[in-house]
Every structure is written in structure tokens, then in C-alpha cells.
Design a protein around this ligand. Structure first.
Ligand code: HEM
Length: 399
């Protein structure tokens, strides 16, 4: 065995599967399919000695149990391999009760009412990005639209000048690719520096943007410190700049291959929210990590203090124990279950925004490009890891 492979003595031999969440061959040519195969070939919870050694949880019920149990499973360390970074992302890296007041601050700026008020902005950005490409009859969706749309909205919301788009996108892309611990920390520090510069500007001259609003916020009866603001900003960069981009690109990769669903959504746009939800169920994005804080046994597995645990959230919606015939893409599906936005105390704060972005973008796209397909002859470039992505998506349509 290679020196990098780590298996602690409390792991039983039958629980070990040699599986590299970044580089596994089965994930390189469509990671959703590669992960789904684990339901047939691996134990529900298995241990891989790769990347510092960690557990992988593949079933909805056990993932939900772990994510709803911060007493045993902490959010203090979320990177595989362990980053050992001192940078804390607020509120993501805190466990309740410390987590609660910070989450409350952010929820005030991401609740349904706030998102509903943003709808005209979302629609205007969708139109602004789709209109120039529509007459061309082809595009690379992932870069020109999937990424540009949520990133533009997010930068406007937060108050980041739009000319920094390329710089921020490059940082976030590298952050979610496989890189060294030293580089992760360097990238974290770069993002924090960008946010700090903006916060200082807004402190001098507030505007009607999220950075200015956060500067006016209080937590536990006092203003947020600069360090707390930096860490919230850092998390928002990560949460807002890559996740929706990948969710939209996965959804459109699938829709491009389903002329029947395209026709249905054009005829019945009121089904678009169901399309979004079914896309999220089938094509999840984030694998959510925890570090074991206190020993516990679940389904015959001994989780020991310090163990890293990866909950494969994209597999939860594909679990046949909660969604019958889970590989069937069905916008009419009843009682659909998934946890792509996690569950428990850390349930994604941006979920309403993400869903609204996906819905509005799909509505605006189908108004202008009702029929489209994958362009032939281009190799798709998938990225596995903790946040999965499709780096290119060539589409074509009749003009
Ligand atoms: C499809 C898009 C998205 C997906 C799949 C996603 C996924 C997730 C997941 C899985 C978590 C939970 C982490 C945990 O359990 O530890 C999370 C938390 C979070 N997300 Fe998202 N996210 C998305 C979009 C967004 C957006 C657009 C924003 C904000 C602009 C955002 C902001 C956050 C924040 C602030 C948290 C931390 C919540 C807490 O710790 O209480 N997310 N997200």
C-alpha cells in the first residue's frame, strides 16, 4: 500500500473501499453515474484510505442522522484532506449553540421575502445574458451562462464590482479543484482580503448592498467584528459563486437531451419549479463533510473522534429507499425527497435564492431558445470532489 493511504484500526476490513473522491476513474466520465454505482457495489457507509482517510455515507437516512447530530458530528473541519486551517467560515464552521446567532443575521438577508423582491433583477440578468447568445445558435453554456448568471447576481447583491468577475471566478474554480493545503489557505486569504477591501470602502461610504447591510448588523447585542465579517464574506463567496453555476449546468446538460421535457416546459411553464426540483434531486452538487467530535456507532460503523465523514448528498435523492425508481427523471414525481441543500442546523441559507435563480433562468431561456441539444463531438470535462461540476457544456439550437 502507498504511504498516503490511511486506515485506522477501528475500521473493519469489510468496510474499506479504495475510492478517491477527487480522482476515481468512475467519476471522471459523469460523477453522478459513478457515485450511483456505489449503491450496488459498496456498503452503505464505507471507509476509503485515500485523501487522509475518511468515511463516505451513501444513504439518505444515515446522512440525515449525521447532519442533524452536531453533538457527535462537528462542522469545525469541512475539508478533505483536513485543512487544519485557522480560518473559520461563519456560520458554517460553528456548531450550535454558537452557530445560531450568526445564522440568524444571515437569514434576515436571504429569506423568501427578500428573494421574491429580487425576482426582477434575476429576470433582467437572465435576459441580458441569454439575448446576445440566442442568435448564434450555439454556446458553451457552462462558462457563458451557467457561471455568469449566478455570479453576476451574487456580485450585484453583495456589492462586489462586476469588473472583478474573472478574478473571483478563477479563485473559486481553483478552490473547488484538487489543490494543496497550503494553496487552499492562500486562496482563503485572497478571498478574505478582497472582502476586507470592500468592507472598508463601504464603512466609509455605505451603499444599498449586502456588505453595507452586514456592517450595520449586530450579533449577541454588539456589531460584527471585522474578523467575523471577513469570515461571513468568505463563506458567501464560496456559497454563491460556484454552487448555482454547477446546479444550472447539470440541469441544462440533462434538459438538452430531453426534447420531450423541453416541449412540456414550453407548453406548461408552471411545471418549471418541478423541473428545477427534479434536477436538484438527480444532479446534486455538494458533498458535505463533518468531523467526529464524540465516538458513536451508526449502522455497525464505529465513528471515532477525529474521523472525517463525507455525506454524499447527491446520492441521497438517488436512494431507492426513499424515491422509487430513482434513476427515472420525472417532473411529475410525487413526494420527491432530497437533501442537496443539506438538513439540520446548517440547511443552506441560499436555497431559496438558488431555486429562484434556476427557475427564472429556465423560464427566460425557454422563451428565447425553446428547442436545443448537446453539440456533437465535444468531450465533456467533469470535475469530481466535494463540489462537483461540469466545466464545459456545448449546446446548439436552430436559429
Ligand atoms: C444549488 C445551489 C446551492 C447548493 C447545492 C448549496 C448547498 C449547501 C449545503 C449542502 C450547505 C450545508 C452545509 C452543511 O450542512 O454544513 C449549504 C450551506 C450554506 N449555503 Fe448553500 N448551496 C447553494 C447555494 C447557495 C447560495 C446561492 C448561497 C448564498 C448566496 C449559499 C449560502 C450558504 C450559506 C451561508 C450556508 C451556511 C449555512 C449555515 O451554516 O447555517 N448557498 N449550502
Amino acid at each position: 500500500m502507498n504511504q498516503d493511504l490511511v486506515t485506522p484500526p477501528h475500521v473493519k476490513p469489510e468496510q474499506i473501499v479504495d475510492f478517491d473522491i477527487f480522482a476515481e476513474a468512475s467519476l471522471q466520465d459523469n460523477p453522478h453515474r459513478g457515485y450511483r454505482a456505489l449503491h450496488a457495489t459498496a456498503p452503505d457507509i464505507f471507509y476509503t484510505p485515500r485523501n487522509g482517510g475518511h468515511w463516505v455515507v451513501t444513504r439518505f437516512a444515515q446522512m440525515a442522522q449525521i447532519l442533524r447530530d452536531p453533538q457527535h458530528f462537528s462542522s469545525r473541519e469541512l475539508t478533505i484532506p483536513k485543512s487544519n486551517s485557522d480560518n473559520v467560515m461563519l456560520p458554517l464552521n460553528l456548531d450550535p449553540p454558537e452557530h445560531t446567532p450568526y445564522r440568524a443575521v444571515l437569514m434576515r438577508h436571504f429569506d423568501r421575502k427578500v428573494i421574491a423582491a429580487m425576482e426582477p433583477t434575476l429576470r433582467a440578468w437572465a435576459a441580458r445574458l441569454i439575448e446576445p447568445v440566442a442568435p448564434a445558435g450555439r454556446c458553451d453554456f457552462s462558462e457563458n451562462l451557467g457561471a455568469a448568471f449566478p455570479v453576476s447576481i451574487f456580485m450585484e447583491l453583495l456589492g462586489v464590482p462586476l469588473e472583478r468577475f474573472e478574478e473571483l471566478r478563477a479563485i473559486v474554480k481553483e478552490y473547488f479543484s484538487r489543490t494543496t493545503n497550503a494553496r487552499y489557505i492562500e486562496l482563503q486569504n485572497t478571498m478574505i482580503a478582497i472582502f476586507t477591501e470592500l468592507a472598508e470602502e463601504r464603512r466609509r461610504a455605505p451603499k444599498d448592498d449586502l456588505i453595507s447591510k452586514l456592517l450595520a448588523e449586530t450579533v449577541n447585542g454588539r456589531p460584527l467584528t471585522l474578523q467575523e465579517l471577513q469570515s461571513i464574506g468568505f463563506l458567501l463567496f464560496l456559497g454563491g459563486l460556484d454552487t448555482v453555476a454547477n446546479a444550472l449546468t447539470f440541469a441544462f446538460h440533462n434538459l438538452a437531451q430531453r426534447p420531450d421535457v423541453q416541449a412540456r416546459l414550453v407548453a406548461e411553464p408552471e411545471k418549471i419549479p418541478d423541473f428545477v426540483e427534479e434536477s436538484l434531486r438527480c444532479f446534486g452538487i455538494v458533498h458535505q463533510t463533518r468531523i467526529v467530535k464524540q465516538d458513536i456507532e451508526i449502522a455497525g460503523v464505529q465513528f471515532r473522534e477525529g474521523d472525517m465523514v463525507s455525506c454524499a448528498l447527491p446520492l441521497a435523492g438517488l436512494d431507492d429507499r426513499c424515491n422509487p425508481d430513482p434513476d427515472r427523471f420525472d417532473i411529475d414525481r410525487q413526494n420527491r425527497e432530497h437533501i442537496v441543500f443539506s438538513t439540520g442546523a446548517h440547511l443552506c441559507i441560499g436555497a431559496a435564492l438558488a431555486r429562484a435563480e434556476m427557475r427564472v433562468f429556465t423560464e427566460e431561456w425557454l422563451k428565447r431558445i425553446p428547442v436545443f441539444a448537446l453539440a456533437p463531438g465535444v468531450k465533456l470535462d467533469w470535475r469530481a470532489g466535494q463540489v462537483m461540476a461540469l466545466m464545459n457544456l456545448p449546446l446548439q439550437w436552430p436559429t
